[in-house]
Ligand binder design. Sequence first.
Ligand code: NAD
Ligand code: GLY
Length: 367
Amino acid sequence: MQLNVDLGDRSYPVYIGSGIAAGFPEFFNERFPGRRCAVVTSSAIASIYPSYISALKEGLSCPVHELPDGEKYKTVPLWSAILDTLVEARLDRKGVVVALGGGVVGDMAGFAAACFMRGVDCVQVPTTLLAMVDSSVGGKTAVDHPLGKNLIGAFHQPAAVLIDIDFLKTLPAREFVAGYAEVFKYAFLGGRGMFDYMMANRGAVLHAVAKGTPEPLMECVERCVRIKAAIVGQDEREAGQRALLNFGHTFAHALEQFYGFEGLLHGEAVLWGICCAVELAKINGNLHGRHWPEFDELLFGLPLPPLPAPPDINKIYTAMFADKKAESGELRFILPVGPGAAEVVSGVGEKKVLQVLEKKLDLRLAE
Ligand code: NAD
Ligand code: GLY
C-alpha cells in the first residue's frame, strides 16, 4: 500500500507492506535509474540480516557503511565517517543514501544526505517500530552533541520511505514496547477514530509480534503514518501542529535526562510521559471529567517499564527546563483535551507538575 507526504515538489511516497524489502534493488533501479547509492546500516542489522545486506550490495553495486549500534554512537565523528564513505564511493549530486535500520541509523544517514553535496536524496528503510511510525517520515535528521540529544541536524525530507513490517519479527521485545509508545501517542492526537482504534486494538497490536501475526501491525503502522504524513504536510517545520507529535515528550525527555540516558529507552520514557500528560490534563482542567473514564480505560494495562531507580521529583522537574519545547524558561506541554485531540499548553504552575510526578511515579514504585 502507498501513502504520500504532500509537500509540493518535495512530496514523497511511503510504501508499507510485508516482504517488500526483498525487492529493494528492483525498486531502486526503477525509481532512481542509473543513479549510484550507498547503504548506511548498523553492525546489529548487518549481523541479523547478512544475506539481505549481501543482496543489496550486489543488486545495487554499492558500498555498505556499517555504524556501530546504539544511541551513544549518534555522534559527529561517526556521522562524518558516513560522509567519507560517500566521497570514496564517488557519489555525485544524483547520489542516493539508503538508510537501513532504526531511528539512529535513519537520523544519521538522513543528516549525511542533507549535507553531502548540499543535499542528496535519501531513502528510508526503517527496521524498528519506532522508526516505522515516527522517525523515518517527516524529514527530521540529526546527531547528538555531548551536551544534548539531536542538537545538530537539519530538516531533509526523504525521497521515499519503504516500510516492511517483517523486519519487526526480529525486533527485541523491549524495543518493540518502546516503539509501541510512539504508536500509542497517536491515540491522543490522531482524532477520535485513532483513539477508538487503539482502545479496541491495543492488546492485539502489542502482542502481534510475539504471536507472529503481522496483520494488526500493518493497519496500525498505516494509521500512524497517515496521521504523521498529514501533520507534516501541513506543518513541516513545527511552527504549530507538528508539536502535537511530542505528546508525552516533555515528561519523557526529563526522565531520560534524569536517568542519564541509560536504563530507560526513549520510548519507555514516553510511556511514562503519556501517563503524566493525561494526569496533568485532568488536574489542570484541560480534560473534562466526562472523558476521564475513557482515558483511564485506554491507559489500563499499558506496559509501563519499571523505573531504573527511585525518581527524584524535584530533579526531574528541573530537567524539564532543558527540553527543546521549553520556551523562554516556560514549560510547554502537549495535553489531551478530548479523545484523539490535544493542544499545546504553557503556563502550568510548578505545584501541579510536581503533584503529577509524585502521583504517577511514586504510585509505580509502591506497586
Ligand atoms: P535504534 O535505532 O537504536 O534501534 C534500537 C535497537 O534495535 C538497536 O539496537 C538496533 O540495532 C535494533 N534493531 C533495529 N532494527 C532491528 C530489527 N529489525 N531486528 C532486531 N534488532 C533491530 O532506536 P530506535 O528506537 O529505532 O530510534 C531511536 C532514535 O530515533 C533516537 O536517536 C531518536 O532521537 C530518533 N528519533 C527520531 C525522530 C525523527 O523524527 N527523526 C523521531 C523519533 C525518534
Ligand atoms: N517525532 C516528532 C516529529 O517528527 O516531529
